[in-house]
Design a protein around this ligand. Structure first.
Ligand code: UDP
Length: 386
């Protein structure tokens, strides 16, 4: 490693922190910039001083993955406590278990079906005239039928995304399984858990390296790239180009705190699937750390809305118009000489933490390989348009 200039990493979330760590370990000097006053991006966790509860400041994050490398990697930086996400959903004044499983089906329809009967029953409910579902709505109507779709998905999705499910891609619903047994685990991944001291502690350990300098409250200007051997940018791709083509659409979230004593709702996440309440869900954060015990409790009502320029972006919307706009930014990005765009904002994709970390590890590997071979580092590791 003979480079004089340091590596610039923009954004101290998982993408940036993992890349910074991997390169620092190989002897590179790395400067990490973050415009916010804290590390860990939207995974940031912080203990509430009043109740002692560990708060997921930007909403619930549950770690789950099938990727063994990622699981081994994160376990080097934290103890992970066993945690299984079991979501409850309120619809039509009744509470059910999500994802849709045999208990949901039997309770919702007042039946006592076994797995085989339930599979046949739901297949019967599905609209088999939809052969190749493209939209969220088609996917739901095809695989669970109108009644379950309208009870659990339609209004929640309109609240969450601000558009009709007939305009959203099927991929959003494909995130959720439908099970014909009583397994109510929200995720189907092999590994699942919660970091004992929260996510910010992991990112802090990743960045705690003599070769890494962290600059917080510090925006990065594109011209500054000249001062670095290479830049890994995990900010919004349209912001890098000063939005010259227009702004990519995101959803942002507002959180309304509720303080109480004891147990407020009896579970970590309760979804509100009806349109008569404006929030999408309430999360009670002490239930994300069942190994801890706190008298007080802190919950957050979650409201989703369109992201304005001053807001924090959460979910890339990726409707047809946004993808066309994204294509123009991707074209501009491909002309960059020494910048690699990474992560949820850098590639405008709806990524879970494990995928973000897997891609960051791959990005660092690729950088080290290209440096060794004297080749150019790619602008993207994953095509943002796929
Ligand atoms: N969804 C829904 N009702 C629910 C839970 C989820 O309609 O009770 C829909 C919603 O459109 C959401 C999508 O399913 O965006 C995927 O859910 P997931 O829990 O993966 O969303 P996340 O909260 O992780 O963004």
């Amino acid at each position: 490693m003979s480079e004089q200039l340091a590596i610039g990493v923009i954004g101290a979330g998982f993408s940036g922190a993992v890349i910074a760590h991997q390169l620092a370990e190989q002897g590179y000097r790395v400067v990490v910039f973050d415009a916010r006053s804290h590390i860990a991006g939207n995974c940031h966790t912080q203990r509430d001083s009043e109740s002692g509860v560990m708060v997921h400041v930007y909403g619930p994050h549950i770690f789950h993955t099938d990727n063994e490398r990622v699981w081994q990697f994160v376990n080097q930086f934290s103890t992970f406590e066993p945690y299984v996400n079991r979501v409850k959903a309120l619809t039509g004044s009744r509470v059910f278990s999500l994802p849709i499983n045999l208990l949901t089906i039997n309770q919702f329809f007042g039946r006592t079906l076994n797995p085989t009967e339930a599979a046949a029953f739901i297949a019967e409910m599905g609209d088999s005239t939809i052969v190749d579902p493209q939209t969220f709505e088609e996917q739901a109507l095809r695989f669970v039928g109108r009644e379950l779709y309208e009870a659990f998905f339609k209004s929640y999705t309109i609240k969450q995304w601000g558009v009709s499910p007939s305009q959203l891609p099927a991929s959003i619903l494909k995130r959720l399984p439908v099970r014909f047994n009583y397994d109510d685990n929200y995720f189907s991944h092999r590994f699942q858990g919660m970091p004992r001291e929260g996510y910010t502690a992991i990112v802090k350990r990743l960045l705690d390296h003599p070769n890494i300098t962290i600059l917080l409250n510090r925006s990065f200007r594109r011209e500054e790239a000249a001062n670095f051997a290479h830049v890994f940018y995990s900010g919004a791709i349209d912001a890098w180009f000063d939005h010259f083509e227009g702004r990519l659409g995101y959803r942002t979230l507002d959180f309304e705190p509720i303080r109480a004593q004891g147990d407020f709702q009896g579970c970590a996440v309760l979804n509100y699937c009806d349109d008569k309440v404006p929030w999408t869900r309430i999360s009670e954060h002490k239930h994300f750390a069942p190994w801890e015990s706190h008298e007080g409790t802190l919950c957050f009502k979650e409201f989703s809305r369109e992201c304005e320029p001053a807001d924090i972006p959460y979910y890339p919307i990726r409707l047809v118009e946004e993808k066309a706009l994204l294509a123009r930014y991707v074209e501009a990005a491909r002309r960059e000489e020494k910048v690699t765009f990474v992560g949820r904002l850098g590639t405008y994709r709806y990524l879970d933490m494990d995928v973000t970390i897997a891609e960051a590890l791959e990005t660092a590997d690729q950088f080290l390989n290209t440096r060794q071979r004297g080749e150019k580092m790619p602008v993207f590791i994953q095509d943002p348009l796929v």
